[in-house]
Write a protein that binds this ligand. Structure first.
Ligand code: TRP
Length: 73
């Protein structure tokens, strides 16, 4: 995958302790990284050869090309 051209998404934490969990690509789907964001912190990330899915725990705004999603608490 041309990572520089992969789509970016943005996560903005609306409370302390929001978790952004990366899940591996391929046959076995596992958590590989958990990033903790505090209120107001923003993470800008991409899907990569290693990361096929992302799980978000906690109150946050997620911005993708599909629009803006507010998680519920
Ligand atoms: N090392 C990871 C990767 O290259 C870093 C990463 C990219 C990541 N996107 C992510 C980690 C989303 C957590 C969530 O795939």
């Amino acid at each position: 995958m041309e990572q520089n051209q992969a789509e970016y998404f943005v996560i903005k934490a609306k409370e302390n302790g929001v978790q952004v969990i990366g899940l591996t690509r391929g046959q076995h789907t596992k958590f590989h990284h958990t990033e903790k964001l505090d209120k107001g912190e923003v993470m800008i990330a991409q899907f990569t050869d290693f990361t096929s899915a992302v799980k978000i725990r906690g109150k946050a705004v997620v911005m993708t090309k599909f629009g803006e999603i507010h998680t519920e608490e």
